[in-house]
Design a protein around this ligand. Sequence first.
Ligand code: URA
Length: 199
Amino acid sequence: MAAATTPLKALQALRGDAAGCRACPLWRGATQTVFGEGPLDARIMLVGEQPGDQEDRAGHPFVGPAGRVLDRALAAAQIDRSAVFTTNAVKHFKYRTRGKRRIHQRPGAEEIGACRQWLDKEIDLLRPEVIVALGATAAHSLLGRATAIGPNRGQLLHSPPFDCSVLVTVHPSSVLRERDSESRSAALDALAADLRRVA
Ligand code: URA
């Protein structure tokens, strides 16, 4: 990467470099690298797992069903999505095919590790006040070790690899997996309550 003169240019250069990333095999099946988005002066960074089917096609993080849950939780927590930086621990969509459908597959430790270089650089450039780990993959990447969500949920932990504060919570897609509308509503409220801690 050539030396960039402004933070915006540095972010654009990073995005360009990540577009050609071949550090793990996930690029082969993906449409594109889905890099983080948001203002450079964001005080909050949200880190998800990996782009889903819609994000892979659109090239933007959290624009599909999980993104709509995230939008609702952020609104309930009175956090303006346009003021936060949104990204993922892994920047290519991992899936298996069933007929014409692409079924999400959870990234493994090797893929998380291979992609950490980009998250590292995003954090370095933005230096957010707090980072929210949305789910186990993000928590693993940010805390440098496999981390159960249950016992750590809603807590601000220190990240040794990134030397920053990380709030651990569930992934928004877990709200969609709840069995009925009452449980989904309770799960959304709980996610919003966690996000309120950083608001
Ligand atoms: N799930 C994620 O973790 N990230 C996205 O961008 C979309 C779905």
